[in-house]
Design a binder for this molecule. Structure first.
Ligand code: ATR
Length: 277
């Protein structure tokens, strides 16, 4: 039985096992996908389990998407994203040696989630809240979709400034201030807990904006509830989550001498899996 893992801390909330185990079954693949809470000091050992064939593939979540990087042999990610969420072993046809590859499927996940709802970024003014682990993937994806401007605000100014070094076109905004925008994206962890509130002046935002929250559990954060009350369009991170998982599954099922892999289904039944507790 092949073994796959999602690692993070905390990890209890992760719905990745439900999704991947369903897809393994659907595709008649004898594999099991589990979640494991780990510490920074466990990373090297777990990645060598991939090298040794004890584990086939790993998904990485908060807060290790950057800290796994030093233990990998080859990064197939845009350098600016600084983030790996999918790991697997690749065997060379010529030498027979193994390499551990790190990929980023969050970028495609975010893009596909917008395509899914047919929201076109081109020419739009985007306002990002936060400068955490997933933010660089989101900025990278957005830049490819040609918005007119990307603005970013973060409580800790230094982290926003670090992102600006990677993405010089970013316009930084003081935490608590707002700018005129078409779409606002919450990439902070504020909203994971029921009482979390983002200090946004909701009544000064105007109308008909698009509020996107990377968080999908809870389904509606206070950020989305406040927006909905005022008639804005809202979207949570569920489809981004599903599409990043779909791409990870595809990468894991690429057979030797083949490029495409299996793209598992995303349908009502799959989405339903993520609804019940
Ligand atoms: P990491 O920063 O380790 O990658 P993360 O969960 O990916 O962790 O990101 C946390 C994000 O949520 C950061 O943008 C963080 O802001 P800081 O850089 O100022 O820490 C933001 N965040 C978390 N709690 C917050 C709070 N109480 N108020 C404002 N922003 C908060």
């Amino acid at each position: 039985m092949k073994k796959y893992l999602v690692i993070g801390n905390p990890i209890d909330h992760s719905l990745s096992p439900r999704l991947h185990n369903y897809w393994f079954k659907e595709n008649n693949i004898k594999a099991v996908y589990e979640k494991k809470q780990v510490q920074e000091t466990d990373l090297e050992g777990i990645i060598s389990d991939v090298r040794d064939g004890k584990i086939e593939g790993i998904n990485v979540t908060v807060p290790f998407k950057k800290s796994v990087i030093p233990f990998l042999d080859k990064l197939e990610i845009p350098e600016k994203s600084q983030s790996v969420n999918t790991i697997y072993r690749e065997k060379s046809n010529i030498t027979g040696s193994c390499k551990i590859i790190g990929r980023n499927t969050d970028i495609l996940g975010f893009k596909n989630s917008l395509e899914h709802i047919k929201y076109n970024i081109k020419g739009k003014k985007i306002f990002i809240l936060g400068a955490g682990g997933v933010t660089s993937s989101i900025i990278y994806a957005l830049e490819e979709m040609e918005p007119s401007i990307i603005m970013l605000t973060n409580r800790t100014k230094e982290k926003a400034e670090n992102l600006k070094k990677l993405f010089p076109r970013l316009k930084l905004v003081k935490w608590g201030d707002i700018e005129n925008f078409d779409m606002v994206i919450n990439t902070t962890s504020l909203g994971l807990r029921e009482n979390d509130k983002i200090p946004l002046k909701y009544d000064e935002i105007g109308s008909d904006k698009f509020f996107y929250d990377v968080i999908y559990n809870p389904k509606k954060t206070n950020f989305l509830l406040e927006a909905e009350k005022r008639g804005h369009q809202v979207e949570n991170g569920k489809m981004m989550f599903v599409y990043q998982a779909q791409e990870a599954f595809r990468l894991w099922t690429i057979a030797p001498n083949e490029r495409s892999g299996l793209l598992p289904s995303i349908n009502k039944k799959v989405l339903q899996l993520l609804e019940n507790d």
